[in-house]
Design a protein around this ligand. Structure first.
Ligand code: CMP
Length: 142
C-alpha cells in the first residue's frame, strides 16, 4: 500500500552537506518528498518529539544533539514507505548498518546517526502531524 513516513536528516548529516545525496537515495528507492522543512529545533520541540524515549539513558544526549544545529525534516510517500525508508537508512547503530545505507555512508555513531525514520504507520502519522500539521503535505499519488 502507498504509505507516508517522517524522515529527519540530523544535524551531523546537515553539517556534512549531504542533504542532496540523501534525497537522491530516497528518490532511487521510490520515495517521493511530499513535505519538507528545514529548522533548528528547540529543546522543547526535540524533547516532545522524542518523548517516547524520556526514560531511556540516552534521552538527554539525544535532545542535546538534535538541537545542536539545523535539521531537514521531510514526509516521504511511496509503496511501503515506512519499511522502504528504514531499509535505505540502515541499522540505528552505523556499526551494524549494511553497506550502501545512509547510516553506513554518513553516520559516525549510534548517537550521531545521520537520520531518523518513523518505525510504523501510526507513529508516522503522528510524527508528520507534529511537523506539518493537517494541511502541510502535498500528496503525489495522483
Ligand atoms: P532515532 O531513530 O532518531 O531514534 C532515537 C535515537 O536515539 C536513535 O535514532 C539514536 O540516534 C539514539 N540512540 C542512542 N542510543 C540508543 C540506543 N541504545 N538505542 C536506540 N537509540 C539510541
Amino acid at each position: 500500500a502507498v504509505e507516508r513516513t517522517l524522515s529527519i536528516i540530523k544535524p551531523d548529516a546537515v553539517a556534512k552537506n549531504v542533504i542532496g545525496e540523501i534525497y537522491s537515495t530516497f528518490e532511487k528507492a521510490g520515495l517521493k518528498v511530499v513535505a519538507a522543512r528545514m529548522m533548528h529545533l528547540t529543546t522543547e520541540q526535540a524533547g516532545e518529539f522524542y518523548a517516547v524515549h524520556k526514560e531511556r539513558p540516552f534521552y538527554n544526549d539525544l535532545v542535546s544533539f538534535m538541537t545542536s544545529g539545523p535539521v531537514m525534516v521531510q514526509a516521504l510517500e511511496g509503496e511501503n514507505a515506512v519499511l522502504a525508508h528504514r531499509e535505505v537508512m540502515g541499522a540505528t547503530n552505523p556499526a551494524e548498518a549494511a553497506e550502501g545505507t545512509i547510516r553506513k555512508r554518513f553516520a559516525s555513531s549510534i548517537d550521531e546517526n545521520a537520520c531518523h525514520g518513523s518505525d510504523a504507520t501510526d507513529t508516522a502519522a503522528q510524527e508528520i502531524a507534529f511537523f506539518f500539521g493537517d494541511d502541510g503535505v502535498c500528496p503525489r499519488t495522483r
